[in-house]
Design a protein around this ligand. Structure first.
Ligand code: HEC
Ligand code: HEC
Ligand code: HEC
Ligand code: HEC
Ligand code: HEC
Ligand code: HEC
Ligand code: HEC
Length: 393
């Protein structure tokens, strides 16, 4: 929704007679209906919206069952949950796991009073066990690759800080390992035997990418009472209350328009939407934009945008060239290769001297280890140096 009128404009409008008074009343009504007088600017699209205009994924199910089902099964729909919910589902209650780095230290998970607790025990002094106990509030990441546990340290919405727990659950290993970046042996400052405290700025960014909205007052605050967790339909398509109401009334299709819909948005707009969270080139320094930097493998838009395919195709390439944005990533090789061949056939862009039918992804988009055994696909499409690390598909 548009930024509500500043007070000065109300004054001017009120002088213009009965019709205008009515308009003002409507504007005030809208104002009261929103719990966000200044509106919330969404990163990526820059639209100003109000929390009251969000209706939630379930409202979309009846009319868009396909998108709803696909999205419910994807990581986007479960990337920010209460830790206790995940612990119960995964059976972490009463589980004990050794610290991956410190001999003699172990961690025990327990669900008590509706919360997840973790206790760290260290046999430090002869005969004595030292224990420390923390409650864990949130679980970030669906666990397809990983789930990281965090505790709210400062709950002030304007200056929220978290402790990112030292242990992360890794999907490929079905067990706990060290959270990337948290080795005590390394030089990273801020790591403690229990985890890492993140600044308010980092905390807001972290929730900003794993939620649809972090508070009803904007992305510069974190408020558990008004947060909308996960990357919901409305994070990409914008708030849809008016859309749902119009569709229920049977209004004409023109009035049902939402961003990123049937009309196929320009590739650059889509890349900016996905890149808000999956990262964009300007978020890295230019010397980090190198095939030698393994971090880029995790940042698909950055890799893709360096590719000759993207650069040479005049804005025709985006994430949806290969992915359904609603679904879990498909593992159907032939479908990805059909996308390659839609350009690399004889007529448009020259084909491969080695193979003109299949195997494109294995050779030109290999999988690599991004951190601690997490394997991801390199989106910097290129002729790969034979010595670079790759993992067979
Ligand atoms: C608000 C931030 C945000 C935006 C915007 C976003 N993503 Fe994501 N995306 C994430 C996060 C966080 C994950 C990790 C989900 C998890 O925990 O598994 C993810 C995961 C994915 C996955 C893996 C899904 C799976 O379950 O296999 C794909 C594919 C993906 N995103 C594509 C896209 C595309 C395409 C767009 C743009 C149309 C996009 N994303 C926009 C945050 C975002
Ligand atoms: C700039 C946006 C951004 C920020 C900031 C961010 N994430 Fe993510 N996160 C993503 C995206 C996009 C993905 C999916 C791609 C990937 O795995 O890197 C993701 C994936 C993850 C995953 C793996 C999910 C899975 O199973 O595939 C975890 C765990 C995670 N993030 C935790 C965190 C934590 C904890 C923080 C803050 C301390 C954080 N993230 C900050 C965007 C972000
Ligand atoms: C990560 C961002 C993202 C999320 C989350 C998302 N969508 Fe989409 N959606 C898109 C994009 C991008 C397109 C355009 C697809 C294209 O051009 O291929 C799209 C297209 C659509 C369309 C048009 C369908 C068509 O045939 O092209 C509908 C309807 C839709 N989405 C509904 C939903 C619903 C309902 C949800 C939640 C259950 C949802 N979307 C969640 C990004 C998203
Ligand atoms: C009562 C039925 C109904 C509900 C509920 C509904 N939609 Fe729609 N939606 C429609 C219709 C009808 C269209 C137009 C489809 C067409 O033109 O083929 C549409 C189109 C769309 C499009 C494409 C818009 C465009 O401009 O191209 C998107 C995106 C979308 N819906 C998202 C959502 C989301 C997100 C929700 C839930 C918050 C939702 N819809 C709930 C009926 C509904
Ligand atoms: C939207 C069209 C398009 C798609 C889809 C596409 N490419 Fe390309 N690709 C291009 C263009 C254009 C070039 C640059 C050709 C030139 O400069 O002569 C290119 C270049 C390449 C190169 C040479 C890279 C280099 O650095 O010289 C490889 C390898 C390649 N593509 C592989 C693939 C593979 C594999 C896929 C599918 C996973 C794919 N492409 C999908 C358009 C595309
Ligand atoms: C030319 C085709 C192509 C394009 C374009 C493309 N991807 Fe992918 N993507 C793939 C392939 C292939 C995989 C590996 C699928 C599998 O698991 O087998 C993949 C996997 C992923 C994953 C899962 C994590 C991983 O690395 O396995 C995410 C997240 C993702 N892509 C996001 C994106 C985003 C965001 C964009 C747009 C910037 C994008 N992709 C554009 C082909 C593509
Ligand atoms: C066995 C590994 C392998 C497979 C499979 C493969 N490629 Fe290649 N491709 C290569 C190598 C190596 C080169 C560099 C050849 C050279 O420079 O002599 C190359 C070159 C290319 C080029 C650059 C051609 C040029 O003249 O600049 C394109 C485009 C390309 N491949 C696309 C594809 C597509 C599309 C597919 C799937 C249909 C594919 N490749 C399958 C290994 C492979």
């Amino acid at each position: 929704m548009a930024d509500p009128n500043p007070p000065g404009r109300f004054g001017a409008a009120a002088g213009l007679g009965a019709a205008m008074v009515l308009l003002v009343a409507v504007a005030l009504g809208l104002l009261l209906r929103t719990d966000s007088p200044s509106g919330v600017r969404t990163p990526g699209t820059g639209r100003t919206v109000a929390r009251a205009d969000y209706v939630g994924d379930v409202s979309c199910r009846d009319c868009h069952p396909g998108e709803f089902a696909a999205h419910s099964g994807s990581g986007h729909s479960k990337t920010l949950r209460r830790a206790v919910q995940v612990a119960l589902r995964r059976g972490w209650d009463s589980r004990t796991t050794p610290d991956p780095e410190q001999p003699g230290v172990s961690w025990k998970f327990q669900v008590r009073d509706g919360r997840l607790w973790v206790e760290r025990s260290a046999a430090q002094t002869p005969g004595g066990i030292q224990a420390e106990r923390f409650a864990i509030d949130y679980a970030l990441g669906s666990g397809r690759h990983a789930t990281t546990l965090v505790t709210m340290v400062n709950r002030d919405p304007r200056h929220p800080t978290i402790r990112e727990h030292r242990l992360t659950f890794f999907g490929h290993a079905d067990g706990f390992g060290l959270t990337p970046g948290q080795s005590l042996a390394g030089h990273a400052s801020g790591n403690t035997p229990a985890g890492r405290i993140h600044s308010a700025d980092d905390t807001l960014k972290c929730f900003g990418c794993h939620a649809t909205m972090t508070s009803d007052r904007g992305f510069d605050q974190l408020d558990p009472a008004t947060i909308i967790p996960d990357v919901t339909c409305e994070r990409c398509h914008g708030p849809a209350r008016a859309h749902v109401e119009a569709a229920r009334r049977g209004d004409a299709p023109e009035s049902l328009h939402l961003p990123f819909g049937l009309d196929g948005s320009p590739a650059d707009e889509e890349l900016r939407l996905c890149g808000t969270c999956h990262r964009l080139p300007e978020m890295l320094t230019s010397n980090a934009l190198s095939t030698a930097n393994p971090v880029i493998v995790r940042y698909q838009p950055i890799g893709l945008m360096q590719s000759a395919c993207f650069r040479g195709s005049d804005g025709a390439m985006a994430c949806t060239t290969c992915h359904d944005p609603h679904s879990r990533t498909s593992s159907d090789r032939a479908a990805y290769e059909a996308a390659c061949l839609s350009c690399h056939d004889r007529r448009r862009v020259h084909p491969c001297p080695l193979s003109n039918r299949s195997g494109c992804v294995d050779c030109h988009m290999p999988r690599r280890d991004v951190a601690r055994g997490m394997i991801m696909t390199d989106h910097w499409i290129r002729v790969d140096r034979p010595d670079s690390a790759r993992i067979p598909h």
